[in-house]
Design a protein around this ligand. Structure first.
Ligand code: C2E
Ligand code: CA
Ligand code: CA
Length: 729
């Protein structure tokens, strides 16, 4: 950059030249300049302008010197570049090339300034759309110009004026950015803490005060751990510091402690400032109050994991809880133990049917409350099904488990007062221990369920443990169940027929269809074993359907081979009655087979459980022409009074009575009464399990109608039955 700039005009000399010129002249200002010059001479070397001018030209602002008559004396290189003025521009054209308001300002001021202290500043916003300004293309951004004016004096005398023209666009933009950032910082809802490199708080914003309850004055100068301090999740956790040192950044959940000593979980990110410096001077800690989002999450979790009726965790929650327990226990050196109690209300269905579902709901609620009232803090109760609860007793030894189980039974045995009714109920509990009785939840549940059924079997209102025999049974049951799925498909089932003999004539009058299953793993399996498994696993419907279809075919085969269709009894499981859809398809199926020749054997439980419903269903079956037989009579509830309500055609007295018939007078009395009962109900009476002649004779003389037992025949396949029936004629 040359020293000389203003050389186009008489005035366009550089400052020194001009000063020298003035020195020669006689006028006032010459004296002034002479003084200035002598001052320069005294204080500065002659090459002053060689230094000053380049300096001024390097100044990023544009500089203008005007004399007091309003004539331009000098301008710096940068003025031209600031406004992107053409370098061809004549010296005298410079001012008029500036945006009009700036030009006007400079000219007006130059002539109006009369005082040596006339300083001033004017800002020009060249973006005003209405302006006809000659918008300078070279202005960075879109045009904020600031013009500072100041008097130039030489030797105390006013010489003219100087102007500093600066482009403020970027600065203003920067200031806006800063203001914006400040607003975000101070008014955003993220809490921000700035600390120094020692993690001492130097700044906090308003959100921080809102969340923490601390005013900024209270925390500035304090260590940041004042706020983040918790045993398990500390600000200075090893993990955090390691991350900060490596990445200059960390984010995660931290526990914070408000001024009121309330703990909050915060999602926090900490970043070092400057970002990539080896030794950061500050840390910026930003976090948001997660309480609300946590609350929302909790609500959602509650819906997913809690039973709304009782407030207990549900099956899902139980799974989560137990897998955590088991995982924790396995990760520890010495596994911790827990007891799992499978709790089931005895006859809950009866309560629902008798008192209504509202009453049932209330009992579930009260029961939860009572059980929770006697458990320890660490114990947990879950409701996993209608009337099924699971209670976990953590680290409970045998005697504690036993006393807790007894306590649970005792609190539930106390009647529940509902409106005017005091409802007495009882529960049965199956107990398993982890890890002895199962390594994972499913097997624990299965074993506990089995133990619970055992408790029900031995008399309800009691608890039972899972014992090795039960475990063994289950592992076998598990294997059978797996095979059972394939049994139908692989055609491993057969149907046998067991003849029933008339006591009076000794003739075969009817048969009972009995299922047989031969499997390569288990060989011949008794239906007494696999039918209950099919019932428990929900497969029974398929078997029942198979039997009915097979009986129909067999009856057809008999008639096709010229034999009479013989009445055939089919065993129906209570589960077949429970599902309305299946019951309907079952009725349809029988209707289209030979209903007149079919007797359905049902058990007493069906009559007790859902009396109204069962009655309707039985009537429907009667309508299509089938007979109803009450199987295994005498083993169930044996409340004889209700029998009159049901359309029953036949009663089969259970084999156990025949077994002891000859040994005890009492058995004979009972048997006699049962025969009397069926007679008085107008039912046919069938004796089951007749194995010898003595039994047969006794039964015959006591008025029994039919006899079924090994004395006469064992169950046989259809081909054999055909042969037998042929000989009958
Ligand atoms: P249940 O209905 O009481 O059938 C009578 C059972 O007692 C049959 O055993 C039969 O073989 C046996 N039995 C009959 N008379 C005598 C006797 O004099 N002495 C001895 N020791 N036993 C005798 P099975 O065939 O093993 O059936 C056992 C149980 O399996 C049946 O008891 C029945 O509850 C069930 N079951 C069999 N087939 C079916 C079926 O198709 N569907 C359903 N739901 N259950 C079936
Ligand atoms: Ca039967
Ligand atoms: Ca039976």
């Amino acid at each position: 950059m040359s020293v000389m700039k203003a050389g186009h005009h008489g005035h366009a000399l550089h400052l020194k030249q001009q000063l020298e010129q003035h020195l020669d002249s006689e006028d006032e200002s010459c004296k002034v300049q002479a003084n200035l010059n002598s001052a320069f001479q005294r204080r500065c070397p002659a090459y002053l302008d060689d230094i000053v001018q380049p300096l001024l030209n390097h100044c990023s602002d544009g500089l203008i010197v005007m004399d007091k008559s309003g004539e331009l004396v000098w301008y710096s290189d940068h003025l031209a570049s600031l406004f992107a003025l053409s370098s061809d521009l004549a010296f005298e054209q410079i001012l008029s090339s500036l945006p009009a308001p700036i030009e006007k300002f400079i000219r007006d001021y130059s002539v109006s300034v009369r005082q040596a202290d006339g300083f001033g500043v004017r800002n020009f916003d060249l973006r005003t759309p209405s302006s006809a300004y000659n918008l300078a293309k070279g202005l960075s951004g879109s045009g904020n110009v600031r013009v500072c004016r100041f008097p130039l004096t030489v030797g105390g005398e006013l010489y003219g004026s100087g102007f500093i023209v600066s482009d403020e666009t970027q600065k203003i933009a920067n200031r806006r950015d800063i203001e914006l950032a400040m607003q975000v910082f101070s008014e955003g809802n993220q809490a921000i803490i700035i600390t120094d490199k020692e993690h001492v708080i130097t700044f906090v914003n308003r959100a921080f005060s809102d969340i923490s309850g601390y005013q900024s004055a209270e925390v500035i100068g304090q260590h940041v751990s004042l706020f983040f301090d918790s045993d398990e999740k500390s600000y200075f956790g090893r993990e955090q510091l390691k991350h900060l040192a490596r990445d200059h950044y960390w984010e995660g959940e931290l526990q914070s402690m408000s001024k009121e000593r309330v703990r909050y979980l915060q999602w926090v990110n900490i970043s070092a400032y400057p970002k990539h410096a080896d030794k950061p001077s500050n840390y910026i800690v930003v976090f948001q109050d997660m309480t609300e989002s946590r609350r929302r999450e909790k609500r959602i979790e509650k819906l997913a994991y809690y039973d709304t009726l009782t407030g207990c965790g549900n099956r899902l929650a139980m799974r989560k809880f137990s897998s955590q327990l088991i995982q924790d226990s396995q990760s520890k050196g010495t596994p911790s133990s827990f007891a799992l109690l499978f709790i089931d209300i005895d006859g809950f269905k009866l309560i629902n049917d008798t008192y209504g579902h509202d009453a049932g709901d209330k009992i579930l609620k009260y029961l939860t409350r009572r059980i929770n009232g006697i458990t320890r803090r660490s114990d947990r109760l879950f409701r996993i099904g209608g009337d099924e609860f699971i209670l976990f007793l953590i680290d409970a030894d045998a005697s504690l488990t036993q006393s807790k189980a007894q306590q649970v039974i005792d609190v539930i045995t106390r009647p529940f007062q509902l409106d005017r009714n005091a409802i007495a109920t009882s529960i049965s509990i199956g107990i398993v221990n982890y890890p002895e009785d199962g390594q994972e939840l499913n097997s624990l549940l299965k074993h506990a369920d089995a133990a619970m059924y055992k408790a029900k079997a031995v008399g309800k209102g009691t608890f039972e443990y899972c014992d090795p025999e039960l475990l063994n049974k289950f592992s076998r049951e598990f294997r059978i169940k797996k095979q059972l799925y394939m049994a139908l498909q692989n055609q491993e089932l057969q149907l046998y027929f067991m003849p029933q003999v008339s006591m009076s004539t000794g003739e075969v009058v009817s048969v009972e269809a009995l299922m047989r299953w031969t499997n390569k793993e288990f060989g011949q399996l008794s239906p007494a074993e696999f039918i209950p498994i099919a019932e428990r696993s929900g497969m029974i419907h398929h078997f029942t359907r198979w039997v009915i279809e097979n009986v129909t075919q067999s009856l057809d085969t008999l008639s096709q081979s010229g034999l009479e269709m013989i009445p055939c009894s089919i065993n129906i499981s209570p589960a077949d009655f429970a599902s309305a859809t299946f019951f309907n398809s079952l009725t349809e199926l029988i209707k289209n087979s030979h209903p007149q020749h079919i007797t359905l054997e049902i058990t007493e439980t069906l009559l007790v459980e859902d009396r109204e419903e069962t009655l309707n269903k039985l009537l429907k079956l009667k309508d299509i022409g089938v007979s109803i037989s009450l199987d295994d009579f005498g083993t169930g509830f044996s409340s004889m009074s209700y029998l009159t309500d049901f359309p029953i055609d036949e009663i089969k007295i259970d084999k156990t009575f025949a077994d002891t018939l000859l040994q005890s007078k009492r058995s004979q009395d009972i048997y006699h009464a049962l025969i009397q009962l069926s007679n008085s109900l107008g039912c046919r009476c069938v004796a089951e399990g007749v194995e010898n002649n003595e039994q047969f004779e006794w039964l015959k003389s006591n008025g029994c109608d039919l006899s079924q037992g090994f004395l006469h025949y064992k169950p046989m396949p259809l081909s054999e039955l055909q042969k037998l029936l042929k000989t009958r004629h």
